[in-house]
Write a protein that binds this ligand. Structure first.
Ligand code: HEM
Ligand SMILES: [Zn+2]
Ligand SMILES: [Zn+2]
Length: 651
C-alpha cells in the first residue's frame, strides 16, 4: 500500500524507504532525549526526508531499532525485520483498523481490517488476483502496451512515467477491478482510474460512481460474471452477511489505491534498470524472468515506503527504576512483561516499600546489577494467565511475595522445605521477586503462579501490600517462637515491623508489652493494643517480664537490654534484617535456658494467616499511600525512617 505520492519519474524512484510505522499511545520518556533528531522531525511526505531515509534507517537498525518519531502525533518507526514480523503477526496488538500514516476518510477493506473479518475478505478476493486468473487480461494488457509504445516510437524517447507507466497501469487495473461489458462505461472507468493515478481529486468519486452503477445493475440482473465486482455482490463475510455498499466501494477504492502507485513505481524502476543496466533487457526477455527477477526488483527497489499500524494494546508500562546505587527512584516507560508458561500477569495495584528495598537501593545488599526494579510487596489483579496455569484465573486478587520460585533441584530443594526466605538464602538458583528479577514497583508484573498468594476479598490492596513482607515477617516469627497460650510477649522497636508485631501478638491473645525509648510512641503503642509500655529491660521486668522478645528493628543493644526482663526459658525471635554483629549477655542464656531464634517467613501458610488477621480487621497496617508519580518522595521518606510505618505506592 503506497503512502508516498509521486508525480514524476524522479520522485517515484526516490520514494524507496521500506520502513514500518506503528502509532503508539505515547512515546517513552526514556527515548526522548537520546532520540535521533531526524526521526523526531520526520515527515514521510517530505522529499528530503525520503532521500535521507535509507541512511537514517541504517542508523536506527544499529542504534535504536524502534525509534520514536514525532510524525502525526507520535509514532514509532520499527526498522528491523524480526520486529516487523512481530508487528505484522500480532494484529491484536498492532491493529490495521485505525487510520495509519495517511488518514483516508473512507473504509478500505481489507486493508483496514483485522482478523477474523480480514480473513473473510481475503478469502473471496484472493482468487481474482491469482496468476492463472489474471492471465485472462494478458492479451488486453499487451494490446495496451503496444498502442502506448506505438504512440511514441517515432519520437524515439518518452517520459516513462506519464507516457507509459501511468496509462498502462491505470488501463490494466481498471480492467481487473471494473471489468464491464459496456465499452463506453469501461472507457469512462479507465479515464476515472487514470485520474486517480494522476492525483485528480474528483476521480475517486467518478470511479465509485461507475462501480456503484455496475454493482446495482448486476445485483438486479442474473449472475453471469466471474470477476472482482461480482465477488463483491456474492461474497458473505462475518456471520454470513453480504457486504455493505460502503464496503463494496471501499474494496474498489483500496484496489486502485493499492495497485496504481505501486505498480506504476515498479514499472518505473524496471524502466530505469533497462536504461541503466547493460544486459538487463536480455535477462527480462528470458521466459522464466518473471518469478525470479521481478521479485528481486520488488525487493531491491520497493515502491512502498511505509506501512501503518496502531498499537491498540499497551506494550509499554510505567515502572519504578532505580538507575544506580543511591539514585533517585524514577518512573520510566519500559516493556510490559507477558505471562509465560506457568506464569500469571498481574496488574499491580499497590506495592509497599520494604526495608530490604532501601538496602538494595543504597547498595548495602546486592543481588544483581543496576538498574533495578524493586518491590516484593506487590498486590494486584490477574489480567492474563500463561500456558499450563490452572490455579489462578483472570480477575483473581493476588499478592507476589519475594520467593517466587525455587530451582527445585539443588540439595536444599531436594529436601522439600516450604518456600520462604530460607529458600531465598539457601536454594542454588531461586527466583526472587524484586531481588534477582524485576519486582512489583511497576504497573505489571509476570510471576510464577506458585509464587502468588490469593488475597482475601476483605483485604484492600493498600493493606495487603505491607502484609506480604512486613506482616508475614512478624506473624511467622511469632508462630515460630511457639509461645504458650496466654504467654507474655514484648515487642522491641515500634516501626514497620514492630507496630504490626504488637497487633498480631495482641490479636493472638498474648499479653503484650511494648519496649520503646521514644516517648512519642507510647500512646501509639497502647492504641495498637499494647497492655504495657516500658522503656527498657528493667521496666519490662518490673511490668512482669516476657516469655518472648520480638526483635523487630536493627537496634541489637535495645534487645540485649530488654533481655533483663526475659523470663526463665524465655525466647528472643529475631526478624529484622541486619548485616552487623549482635552482642548478647552470655550467662543468662545458660542460667535462664534462653532460646535465640531466627525467623524468615518459614512458609506461605503463615502469610495466609497473616492476611486473615487483616481481613478480620484484627490487624491494620499503618500506611502512608503515595501515587506512583510520588515514588521518589516515598523512597526518600522510607530511607530516612520518616514513614509511619509503611510506604505503599499505588500503580
Ligand atoms: C509493486 C507492487 C505492489 C507493492 C510493492 C505492494 C505492496 C503492498 C504492501 C506492503 C501491502 C501491505 C500494507 C499493509 O499491510 O499495511 C499491500 C497491501 C495491499 N495491496 Fe499492494 N502492493 C503492490 C501492488 C498491488 C496491486 C497491483 C494491488 C491491486 C490490484 C494491490 C492491492 C493491495 C491491497 C488490496 C492490499 C491490502 C491487503 C490486505 O490488507 O490484506 N497492491 N500492498
Ligand atoms: Zn521485605
Ligand atoms: Zn534450589
Amino acid at each position: 500500500m503506497p503512502f508516498v505520492h509521486a508525480a514524476d519519474t524522479e520522485q517515484v524512484l526516490d520514494a524507496y524507504a521500506g520502513a514500518f510505522v506503528a502509532s503508539p499511545h505515547g512515546i517513552p520518556s526514556r527515548f526522548r532525549n537520546g532520540a535521533h533528531e531526524f526521526f523526531e522531525q520526520l515527515d514521510w511526505f517530505r522529499r528530503e526526508d525520503c532521500e535521507r531515509l535509507p541512511e537514517e534507517l541504517a542508523w536506527a537498525r544499529r542504534e535504536c531499532p524502534v525509534v520514536p518519531s514525532g510524525f502525526d502525533g507520535g509514532q514509532y518507526v520499527v526498522t528491523r525485520y524480526d520486529d516487523l514480523r512481530t508487528v505484522g503477526e500480532h494484529p491484536e496488538i498492532f491493529s490495521s483498523t485505525t487510520p495509519g500514516v495517511q488518514h483516508v476518510p473512507v473504509a478500505l477493506p481489507p486493508l483496514d481490517l483485522d482478523p477474523p473479518l480480514h480473513r473473510d475478505f481475503r478469502q473471496f478476493l484472493n482468487p481474482y488476483f491469482s496468476r492463472s486468473f489474471l492471465s485472462r487480461y494478458l492479451p488486453r494488457m499487451r494490446e495496451l502496451a503496444d498502442s502506448l509504445i506505438d504512440g511514441v516510437i517515432d519520437r524515439g524517447r518518452l517520459e516513462f512515467v506519464s507516457e507509459f507507466a501511468i496509462p498502462f497501469t491505470a488501463g490494466s487495473l481498471a480492467r481487473v477491478v471494473i471489468d464491464d461489458d459496456d465499452p463506453d462505461r469501461m472507457e469512462r472507468a479507465v479515464q476515472a482510474v487514470t485520474g486517480v493515478a494522476t492525483g485528480d481529486p474528483s476521480a475517486f468519486e467518478r470511479v465509485a460512481g461507475a462501480a456503484a452503477e455496475i454493482l446495482s445493475e448486476r445485483s438486479a440482473g442474473p449472475a453471469g460474471h466471474d470477476d472482482v465486482l461480482q465477488s463483491l455482490i456474492t461474497a458473505r463475510v462475518g456471520e454470513g452477511r453480504p457486504l455493505t455498499l460502503d464496503e463494496q466501494l471501499g474494496v474498489v477504492t483500496v484496489l486502485l489505491l493499492g495497485g496504481l502507485d505501486t505498480t506504476r513505481g515498479a514499472i518505473a524502476h524496471i524502466g530505469r534498470f533497462l536504461a541503466q543496466l547493460p544486459g538487463f533487457e536480455q535477462r527480462l526477455r528470458r521466459p522464466e524472468w518473471v518469478r525470479r527477477d521481478l521479485e528481486e526488483i520488488l525487493r531491491h527497489a520497493s515502491t512502498v515506503s511505509v506501512m501503518g499500524r496502531t498499537v491498540v494494546e499497551a506494550t509499554q508500562m510505567q515502572a519504578v527504576v532505580v538507575p544506580k546505587v543511591n539514585a533517585r527512584w524514577e518512573l520510566q516507560s519500559v516493556g510490559r512483561p507477558e505471562a509465560g508458561p506457568n506464569q500469571v500477569l498481574v496488574r499491580v495495584h499497590a506495592c509497599a516499600i520494604c526495608g530490604t528495598d532501601v538496602w538494595m537501593a543504597n547498595g548495602t545488599l546486592s543481588f544483581r546489577e543496576f538498574p533495578l526494579v524493586l518491590g516484593h510487596e506487590g498486590v494486584g489483579e490477574v489480567v492474563a494467565v500463561g500456558a499450563g496455569v490452572t490455579q489462578r484465573k483472570i480477575g483473581d486478587r493476588v499478592g507476589i511475595p519475594m520467593v517466587q520460585k525455587r530451582c527445585g533441584k539443588c540439595d536444599f530443594c531436594r529436601e522439600q522445605h516450604p518456600n520462604s526466605f530460607v529458600t531465598a538464602a539457601n536454594c542454588a538458583a531461586p527466583i526472587l521477586t524484586g531481588v534477582n528479577v524485576d519486582g512489583a514497583h511497576a504497573e505489571y508484573i509476570a510471576a510464577d503462579v506458585d509464587g502468588t498468594v490469593l488475597l482475601p476479598d476483605a483485604v484492600p490492596y493498600e493493606l495487603a501490600a505491607p502484609t506480604l513482607c512486613a506482616g508475614f515477617t512478624v506473624w511467622a516469627g511469632l508462630r515460630r517462637a511457639e509461645v504458650k497460650p496466654s504467654g507474655r510477649v514484648a515487642v522491641v522497636g515500634i516501626g514497620g515491623l514492630g507496630h504490626l508485631a504488637i497487633q498480631y501478638a495482641k490479636a493472638a491473645g498474648y499479653h503484650v508489652t511494648a519496649v520503646t525509648h521514644s516517648l512519642g510512641k507510647r500512646d501509639l503503642a497502647r492504641q495498637l493494643g499494647a497492655d504495657e509500655v516500658v522503656t527498657d529491660g528493667a521496666g519490662l521486668k518490673a511490668a512482669g517480664g516476657a516469655d518472648l522478645i520480638m526483635h523487630t528493628s536493627s537496634n541489637h543493644a535495645a534487645v540485649a537490654g530488654a533481655m533483663e526482663g526475659l523470663r526463665p526459658w524465655g525466647k528472643v525471635v529475631m526478624m529484622g534484617i541486619a548485616t552487623d554483629e549482635m552482642t548478647l549477655p552470655a550467662l543468662p542464656l545458660v542460667s535462664h535456658s534462653y532460646q535465640i531464634i531466627g525467623s524468615a517467613h518459614n512458609g506461605f501458610e503463615y502469610l495466609a494467616e497473616a492476611l486473615d488477621f487483616v481481613a478480620r480487621g484484627a490487624v491494620t497496617p499503618m500506611i502512608e499511600v503515595f501515587t506512583k508519580e510520588r515514588v521518589a518522595e516515598a523512597y526518600e521518606k522510607a530511607a530516612n525512617g520518616d514513614i509511619r510505618f509503611k510506604a505503599v505506592v499505588t500503580y
